[in-house]
Design a protein around this ligand. Structure first.
Ligand SMILES: Nc1ncnc2c1ncn2[C@@H]1O[C@H](COP(=O)(O)OP(=O)(O)OP(=O)(O)O)[C@@H](O)[C@H]1O
Ligand SMILES: *[C@@H]1O[C@H](CO)[C@@H](O)[C@H](O)[C@H]1NC(C)=O
Ligand SMILES: *[C@@H]1O[C@H](CO)[C@@H](O)[C@H](O)[C@H]1NC(C)=O
Ligand SMILES: [Mg+2]
Length: 336
C-alpha cells in the first residue's frame, strides 16, 4: 500500500472514533485492518467518500491564498464586497478563540454574485466546498414556505442548527432568500449568534452564518447610479457610502426576514456586505469566465454579443444589467 493511502486510512479510523478503540492493538495490525477496509471501500467510491469527510483539519482548513486569488480573479465589479469578505473571513479563521460566530449579511441586486461568493468562501475553508457535509443551506421558499407553520419552523431551525454545530463546530450556515423569510423566524437562532461562551453546553463561536437577500438593493443601486452620473469611478464608492442606509433599510423593510429583528438591533451582524449592480463590462467578463469554465476558447465577439442582448436599466441610460450575470451560463450555449 502506498504511504499516502495508509495515512488517509489510519486517519479515517481516527476520524470515526475507531482509533481509540484500537489503541491497545499495534499499529501494524491497525494498518492491516485498514488495508482490508480499503479493499471494500475503494470498490465503492461513494461509500468511501461518505465515510471520508470529517470535522478535522484535514478537511477543514482555511486557505487564505485561495480566497484572495479567487476573489481577485473570479469576482467582478465588487471591490467593496471582496475587501470586506477577505478581511472578515481572515480575521475570523485565524482567531483561535473567537468571541462569537462570524455573521455576514450580503445584500444586492439579483445576479451580482452573492451566492457565488458563498461558494468561494466554502471552497477556501472546506476541502469539499459547497458539497461539504458541514455546509448547510436554508432557502426560505424551500424550507420555510408556509407562514402558518412558523412556530414549527422556529423550533426545527433551532434544533437543526444546534445539532449541526454539536456535530462540527466549524459549520457554515447559509440562509438564502432572507427577503422572502417570514419576519420573526430568524430570531429563533439569534441567541446562537451572540457573545456566549456556551449555550446548553454547545459553543457556536467557531461557526459562520451568512445571510443573503436582495433587501437594500435599491439603495445600493441609487448610490452606484449617483456615482455614475457624476462621472466618478465606481471604485471610489466606499462602504461608508452604503453601510448606514443599508442596515436601516434592511431593518425597516417590513416584507423581509430581517424586519425589526434583534439580529440587527443587537448588532449581531458583523458585516453588512453590499453588492453593486453590474455594468456591461462586468457582464462581458462573466461571459469570458464562463467560456473558460466550459473549456472553450474565450471569444470576445461572442462575449460582446451575449452582453449586448441583456436588458439594462434605468431605461434612459442603460447602465446596469437587470439580471446581473445570472443568465449568462445558459445564454452561452445558445451563442457558441
Ligand atoms: N460579480 C460577479 N463576478 C463573477 N461572476 C458573477 C458575478 N455575479 C454573478 N456572477 C455569475 O452569475 C451567476 C449567478 O450569480 P449569483 O447566483 O451569485 O447571483 P445572486 O447575487 O446570488 O443573485 P440572487 O439574488 O438572484 O440570488 C454566478 O454563478 C456567477 O457565475
Ligand atoms: C491554497 O490555495 C492555493 C491557490 O489555490 C494553492 O496553490 C495552494 O496549494 C493551497 N494551499 C494549501 C495548503 O492547500
Ligand atoms: C409595510 O410598510 C408600508 C409602508 O411603510 C405599508 O404601506 C404596508 O402596509 C406595510 N406592510 C405590511 C405587511 O405591514
Ligand atoms: Mg443567490
Amino acid at each position: 500500500m502506498q504511504p499516502r493511502k495508509r495515512h488517509v486510512l489510519l486517519w479515517l479510523l481516527f476520524c470515526s472514533g475507531m482509533a481509540e478503540a484500537l489503541e491497545p492493538i499495534s499499529t501494524t495490525i491497525a494498518v492491516g485492518m485498514a488495508a482490508a477496509l480499503t479493499g471494500i471501500l475503494v470498490k465503492n467510491r461513494n461509500i468511501f467518500y461518505r465515510f471520508h469527510e470529517c470535522c478535522r483539519p484535514e478537511w477543514i482548513s482555511f486557505n487564505e491564498t485561495r480566497l484572495k486569488t479567487d476573489l481577485e480573479s473570479k469576482l467582478f465589479g465588487q471591490h467593496i464586497a471582496s475587501r470586506i469578505i477577505l478581511k472578515a473571513v481572515n480575521g475570523f479563521m485565524y482567531n483561535d478563540n473567537p468571541k462569537k460566530p462570524l455573521v455576514l449579511s450580503l445584500h444586492g441586486w439579483t445576479g451580482t454574485g452573492k451566492t457565488f461568493v458563498t461558494k468561494l468562501i466554502a471552497d477556501s475553508i472546506y476541502a469539499e466546498g459547497m458539497q461539504s457535509s458541514f455546509v448547510h443551506v436554508f432557502t426560505s421558499t424551500l424550507h420555510f414556505p408556509h407562514s402558518e407553520h412558523i412556530a414549527t419552523y422556529k423550533s426545527q431551525l433551532q434544533q437543526s442548527v444546534r445539532g449541526k454545530v454539536i456535530n462540527c463546530e466549524r459549520s457554515m450556515f447559509i440562509f438564502d432568500e432572507m427577503d422572502k423569510m417570514h419576519p420573526g423566524l430568524i430570531d429563533s437562532i439569534n441567541h446562537y449568534l451572540d457573545y456566549h461562551v456556551k449555550l446548553d453546553g454547545v459553543s457556536y463561536r467557531k461557526s459562520i452564518f451568512i445571510f443573503l437577500s436582495n433587501t437594500g438593493g435599491d439603495g445600493i443601486i441609487q448610490t452606484a447610479l449617483d456615482f455614475w452620473r457624476k462621472g466618478r469611478d465606481r471604485k471610489e464608492i466606499e462602504l461608508q457610502d452604503l453601510e448606514t442606509t443599508l442596515s436601516q433599510s434592511v431593518f425597516n423593510d417590513n416584507k423581509s426576514g430581517f424586519f425589526r429583528t434583534s439580529l440587527i438591533d443587537k448588532n449581531l451582524v458583523d458585516f453588512f456586505v453590499p453588492f453593486l449592480p453590474l455594468e456591461y463590462r462586468h457582464v462581458v467578463q462573466c461571459a469570458l469566465a464562463e467560456m473558460r469554465a466550459k473549456r472553450l476558447k474565450p471569444n470576445h465577439d461572442v462575449a460582446d454579443k451575449v452582453a449586448r442582448d441583456l436588458v439594462y436599466f434605468p431605461k434612459s441610460e442603460r447602465v446596469f444589467s437587470v439580471k446581473g450575470c445570472k443568465t449568462i451560463e445558459s445564454k452561452l450555449d445558445f451563442y457558441m
